[in-house]
Design a binder for this molecule. Structure first.
Ligand code: UDP
Length: 357
């Protein structure tokens, strides 16, 4: 019988790509989403790409414990990949309570249900934002985390810690440790620290669907190229980098999705060396904002309207991954080229245009 993976937030950008790769790798998937930041476009796309019309979809809010508990009762869940969270850095600064409440409560409920239902493997979607500003580059998993600069970033750090502590407690925890306590199922955990996920599935049936004005670079680029935005502002060209613009590690969304399959397989196949493991998921190649823009123009045969603008508050100068641990332990490494990724991003934007989105 195929192992089943619960994908919370599975109708969103990353969750939908991960669902496709899981299904194509032979796993059964249950998608749970409260649809607070997406519509059914990507879930429908997942069904089309995989040719599977029978993927269970549960419209639930993970902040509601009863709903999460029911999910674990209705389905045998072998692993959870938890995406269900708010992700806009700027909004989190303006509305910290909203962010802490949603991002912490949904994850706490998942963990509570996981340990109450006999234990589970839990993969948490974390972020390179936990590393903050550092001049020791590239960052390894041993690099120290810096104090978060936004409530959003802080929720990633706190959730990593909650997972680490839960894993530790459920490994030893039982009535022999604290008389009277109910025995709980063991939780094993992996946190994946993503760098900058970009692009779309090569089929152009799923991709990023930003609401309103995009905050992130690539959707802003594709919307400008499509005429939805007038001009891209490149935030800062006076950074101490080769061309003055910031350096990031842009990871193809399908490569990123495959990293989840590798991590889930490691958990389900009993290959973990520690009960809680952390991996950087990036390419190991720094790319500047300007380079990304000119590569986008080159591979898609377009001219982009852009201008240099002042630095954006909170941006770090440069960050990229040392992804060698993921290669060694997960047998995963990024395979797609930046050209392929930027072609896929444009193809997705064109698909949206054709469908009047
Ligand atoms: N960026 C930019 N213009 C935009 C959006 C982003 O110049 O309209 C730059 C931003 O300053 C950063 C890089 O693109 O250097 C990546 O930003 P993004 O928001 O995509 O991801 P982040 O690295 O902040 O998580």
């Amino acid at each position: 019988m195929a192992k089943r993976v619960l994908v919370s937030g599975g109708a969103g950008y990353i969750g939908s790509h991960v669902s496709v790769e899981l299904i194509q790798a032979g796993y059964d998937v249950v998608v749970a989403d409260n649809m607070s930041n997406c519509d059914m476009t990507c879930f429908e796309g997942v069904k089309k790409i995989t040719g599977r019309n029978d993927i269970p979809f549960e419209k639930i809010d993970c902040c509601d414990y009863e709903s999460v508990d029911k999910l674990f009762t209705d389905f045998r869940i072998d692993a959870v990949i938890h995406f269900a969270a708010f992700k806009a850095v700027g909004e989190s600064v303006a509305e910290p309570v909203k962010y802490y409440k949603n991002n912490l409560m949904s994850f706490l409920n998942i963990l509570d249900a996981a340990k109450s239902h006999g234990g589970c493997n839990v993969l948490f979607s974390s972020s390179a934002t936990v590393y903050g500003e550092t001049d020791k580059l590239p960052v390894t998993e041993q690099s120290e985390r810096q104090p978060a600069t936004s409530p959003y970033g802080n929720t990633k750090q706190i959730c990593e810690d909650i997972l680490r502590d839960t894993v530790k407690a459920t490994a030893v925890y039982g009535d022999e440790v604290m008389p009277g306590l109910d025995r709980q199922g063991p939780v094993k955990g992996i946190a994946l620290r993503y760098f900058n996920p970009i692009g779309a599935h090569p089929s152009a049936l799923i991709g990023e669907l930003p609401r309103g004005v995009p905050n992130n670079l690539v959707p802003y680029i594709t919307q400008t190229a499509a005429g939805k935005r007038e001009c891209l502002s490149i935030f800062g060209n006076d950074y101490p980098t080769p061309d003055g613009t910031c350096l990031r590690d842009y990871i193809d969304i399908v490569d990123l999705a495959k990293a989840h399959v590798a991590a889930v397989s490691r958990m389900l196949d009993g290959k973990m060396e520690e009960d809680y493991e952390i991996y950087n998921i990036g390419t190991g190649r720094p790319v500047s904002v300007l380079e990304l823009v000119t590569t986008f123009e080159k591979v898609n045969g377009l001219k982009l309207n852009y201008k240099f603008a002042p630095r954006r508050a909170g941006d770090v100068t440069a960050i990229w991954a040392d992804p060698s641990l993921a290669e060694k332990k997960l047998g995963w490494k990024a395979g797609r080229t930046i050209d392929q990724t930027l072609e896929s991003a444009w193809k997705w934007e064109c698909h949206l245009k054709e469908t009047s989105r």
